[in-house]
Write a protein that binds this ligand. Structure first.
Ligand code: AMP
Length: 430
């Protein structure tokens, strides 16, 4: 089975500007097809090989340093098991948090190793470094079925600098490289891009699923295709808005970002969240949408309060009627009805960003109602973004979605139409 990957050139990912952030090359603007084939882990001859697997074990830890949420560890299991079952040994590599290029004790991967051992029910050898002579020796003596988890790769500043010497040392530990860390695919780091210079580099199964599911949204979504965009800020979603208004029949806008649009239309928004410097951009987006035949649906009514806290008095007001000392913190009932009706007719839905301050019970109704409609929907429903996924989990409907993306920033960058350097640098299929 081929995987759907963006048409990325090798040269751009090694460009000097590319080492700190994702490449700004527009994949959709080039007419690139997402069907271009990159090596998948399924194409590799794994027997007897040592495989360096970049995973995203950037999990949240509790106050005692235990893994609070092991979703990301579990998400890597299909690739881990696939490789082990084919007689290879596994060298796992990940980052955790932002140690800033130095050792930070509370960001060691020991708690991750403990949880991995529990879920995989096999021994895992956790090392205290990720490069160096001792690590080379350990890896040299590995046998098929062995698992080593290397220390947090971001303890070395060379990781985020995509330093070739550091990448070479990582690559020297293994025969093959598999990247399953979709969450960091928008970053050109030594462990995501640099190593691909030195080893055959394939996509892992999680990476493959993410690219296929998100790629389908851009390439051939079943219509009507509806996007639901919310969350705090419009500035994070401008790229996706531009790319989606060419593809979606309706874009439902809620959350804090709706108020920059409403202000752009001259509505009274009180003290609701507005990004003043984005008002012009919001106007442009509204114009572009009407040219493209995409309906941007803004809230018809709002749940407002004098401040964002539970227990405070709330009121429902119509669009344009938020008085100066009130903040809108959720969509109102007429908006829920409007959005629900559109979602019920959709064949494909993408959702990123809660529709209100869902963390507070008083303002969670809109997000909860939309999550419920999506859970009941027959449509292909793809959800991305950390906060939206937390909301789904809180409402107990996460498993009712077709696909929940593990990569917030990476999924947004991909859907904006940007090239993901860690994907572009994987080895092309012959
Ligand atoms: P994002 O990370 O951009 O998806 O933003 C998520 C955050 O947006 C959540 O923590 C929500 O509390 C917040 N949010 C949603 N609606 C509003 C609103 N109307 N005003 C302010 N913040 C909001």
């Amino acid at each position: 089975m081929g995987i759907l990957l963006p048409d990325g050139g090798f040269s751009s990912v090694y460009g000097e500007k590319d080492n700190l952030a994702f490449s700004k090359k527009l994949i959709s603007g080039t007419g690139a097809t997402f069907k271009m084939r990159k090596l998948s882990v399924k194409d590799l001859d794994l027997k007897g090989k040592k495989v360096l697997v970049r995973v995203d074990f950037n999990v949240s830890l509790d106050e005692e340093g235990r893994v609070r949420d092991d979703t990301r560890i579990r998400a890597a299991l299909p690739t881990i098991n696939y490789i082990l079952e084919r007689g290879a040994s596994l060298i796992l590599l990940s980052h955790l948090g932002r140690p800033g290029g130095k050792v930070v004790e509370r960001l060691r991967l020991d708690p991750v190793a403990r949880r991995l051992k529990e879920v995989i029910e096999r021994p895992v050898l956790k090392t205290d470094e990720c490069i160096g002579e001792k690590i080379e020796q350990t890896c040299r003596s590995m046998k098929p079925g062995d698992i080593v988890l290397l220390e947090n790769v971001r303890f070395h500043k060379e990781e985020c600098q995509n330093d070739p010497g550091f990448a070479r040392k990582l690559a020297s530990l293994a025969d093959l490289f598999v990247n399953d860390a979709f969450g960091t695919a928008h970053r050109a780091h030594a462990s995501t891009v640099g190593v691909t210079r030195f080893l055959p580099a394939a996509a892992g199964l999680l990476m493959q699923t993410e690219l296929e599911m998100l790629g389908e949204l851009l390439e051939r979504p079943q219509r009507p295709f509806v996007a639901i965009l919310g969350g705090a800020k419009i500035s994070d979603k401008i790229g996706i808005l531009h790319n989606f208004l060419k593809r979606c029949q309706d874009i439902l806008v809620g959350g804090g970002m709706a108020y920059t649009f409403l202000k752009a239309q001259g509505a009274k928004v009180g003290r609701s969240l507005v990004e003043e410097e984005k008002i012009e951009e919001a106007r442009r987006i509204l114009k572009e949408a009407s040219r493209e035949g995409c309906r941007i649906r803004l809230p018809l009514d709002h749940l407002v309060a004098r401040e964002a806290r539970d227990g405070i008095g709330v009121r429902v007001v119509d669009r344009g009627e938020i008085s100066p000392d009130y903040i809108s913190l959720d969509i109102g009932p007429r908006t829920i009805e409007l959005f629900s009706g559109i979602i019920r007719k959709a064949k494909t839905v993408f959702w990123n960003g809660p529709l209100g301050v869902f963390e507070l019970a008083s303002f969670s109704k809109g997000t909860r109602a939309i999550a419920k409609i999506l859970a009941e929907s027959e449509a292909t429903v793809v959800v991305g973004g950390g906060e939206t996924v937390s909301a789904l989990r809180e409402f107990g409907v996460e498993d009712k979605m077709t696909h929940v993306s593990t990569g917030g920033g990476a999924s947004l960058a991909f859907l904006e139409g940007l090239e993901l350097p860690a994907v572009a640098s994987l080895t092309d299929k012959k």
